[in-house]
Design a protein around this ligand. Structure first.
Ligand code: MF3
Ligand code: CO
Length: 299
């Protein structure tokens, strides 16, 4: 009963009450028109964001702090990663640096995940588990996917690293996926749609002869590790969720040199491989939709 009253009051604010965004302004002078615009677009049949995933300026400030740590951890990995190192040593670097900065690695114990970071080499698409038995060798391409919790706020980004002398084919894959993210990012602006970004990512990958993984996507992030919306990179312009200022999500396409088909390792239930064992690459950034475009929060 109390719950019901709370829900009704939080979703229907009086025009003279203070706005839900925490600005202290009256609702009618703050987000009333914004909410009406979203309701109108919804009435036209589009998927729209729930208020719970639209971050307030205060929340954005806290998420930004988490992102700074996430970037620092990946910078630390970048300084130390080298051929001959085990992926367990990467996990150690992430665990140590994250703790030193007063934060927690989000993957550790997440749905039973056993380590602090994901390390995905060559034909591993994502969710590779660090191990003492896996040694980085000359010519490998590896994704290090780092997610951080700081004071309860989440950040998530990943980078590719080329170990020693990487073949031109694999180097091109790594470069093109980075371009895919940058090209998709340009489509992120208020009152456009997630599918505008997804189509741009997909087109650039396909134009280079690659395929894009369908089953695994990006996500909203900030107040939790994985929030709505689920983010596809094989979507179509004008489709998927409406983008409005205050939304935060990841752009993290997984792009394969060969088939788009993937499978999950039956032994560990985490590691995702390409079905044809050709290489795969991924970059992940976290982006905020702003009043006039977007801002990259971590990369
Ligand atoms: N960091 C991944 C993502 O981008 C999620 C990894 S879940 C884990 O969403 F448990 F494998 F860490
Ligand atoms: Co992510």
């Amino acid at each position: 009963m109390v719950g019901e009253v709370t829900v009704r009051m939080s979703s229907k604010i009086g025009r003279n009450e203070s706005c839900w965004c925490g600005s202290g302004k009256k609702y009618k002078k703050c987000h009333e028109q914004f909410d009406e615009k979203i309701a109108f677009i919804k009435s036209q049949g589009h998927e729209v964001p729930d208020r719970s995933i639209i971050k307030t300026p205060q929340q954005i400030e806290c998420i930004r702090e988490s992102c700074k740590i996430n970037i620092a951890v990946l910078d630390y990995v970048a300084e130390h990663i080298r051929a001959g190192m085990t992926t367990q040593e990467i996990d150690d670097l992430v665990a140590q640096k994250t703790a030193e900065l007063g934060a927690i690695p989000a993957p550790l114990h997440y749905e039973g995940y056993p380590k602090s970071v994901c390390t995905s080499i060559n034909d591993v698409v994502c969710h590779g588990i660090p191990s003492e038995k896996v040694v980085l060798k000359d010519g490998d391409i590896v994704n290090v996917d780092c997610s951080t919790i700081y004071k309860g706020y989440f950040s998530d980004s990943s980078r590719m690293f080329c170990i020693g002398n990487v073949s031109p084919e694999k180097k091109k894959l790594v470069d093109v996926v980075k371009e895919c993210v940058e090209i998709g990012l340009e489509k992120v602006q208020p009152w456009s749609f997630l599918g505008d970004m997804g189509q741009a990512v997909h087109e650039h990958a396909v134009a280079n002869g690659y395929s894009v993984v369908r089953e695994i996507g990006g996500h909203g992030v900030g107040l939790a590790f994985h929030e709505d919306p689920w983010v596809s990179y094989v979507s179509k312009a004008g489709e998927e969720m409406l983008l409005v200022p205050g939304m935060i999500f990841t752009i993290e396409p997984m792009v394969n040199m060969g088939t788009e088909k993937v499978f999950v390792d039956k032994e560990d239930d985490w590691t995702v491989y390409t079905a044809d064992h050709q290489p795969s690459a991924q970059w992940e950034i976290m982006v905020l939709v702003t009043e006039d475009g977007h801002e990259v929060l971590c990369y």
